[in-house]
Design a protein around this ligand. Structure first.
Ligand code: THU
Length: 129
């Protein structure tokens, strides 16, 4: 857990967020133990903005990963840390690949201040075909 939080903190340093000033880092652990990190990447046109969580998921899936255990998210405005919750779009992406009753979403404000939720708790009625 500590290592994942540190990796998310490092990923946050790469965030490109000149419009909101809110920088986010994520560390996604796959079933095989591999970790993919991500940061938010904003855009002048706003809607193309990609959240840190989706950056991590798309990196992982594009490398052939399909099974995931947990994701750590850190972020905040400027230097502050506020343990952001994933947005609805990111939760829907998680629902595409993760087991809702086991996949863990770890929102970290620091190494010792974490909130852990199952995907099922965060998105009880996700869309599926
Ligand atoms: N953002 C994330 O990257 N992940 C979250 O969990 C919440 C929001 C980003 C999107 C945008 O660049 C900035 O934070 C403010 O919404």
């Amino acid at each position: 857990m500590k290592r994942l939080i540190q990796m998310a903190v490092e990923a946050r340093e790469k965030a490109y967020a000149p419009y909101s000033g809110f920088t986010v880092g994520a560390a996604l652990e796959c079933q095989d133990g591999t970790v993919y990190t991500g940061c938010n990447i904003e855009n002048a046109s706003y809607t193309p903005t990609n959240c840190a969580e989706r950056t991590a998921f798309f990196k992982a899936v594009s490398e052939g990963q399909r099974q995931f255990q947990r994701i750590v998210i850190v972020g905040g405005k400027g230097e502050e840390m506020s343990a952001p919750a994933p947005c609805g779009v990111c939760l829907q992406v998680m629902a595409e690949f993760c087991e809702a009753d086991t996949f863990e979403i770890i929102m970290a404000k620091g190494e010792d201040e974490v909130t852990v939720k199952k995907l099922r708790d965060m998105l009880p009625y996700g869309f599926s075909l």
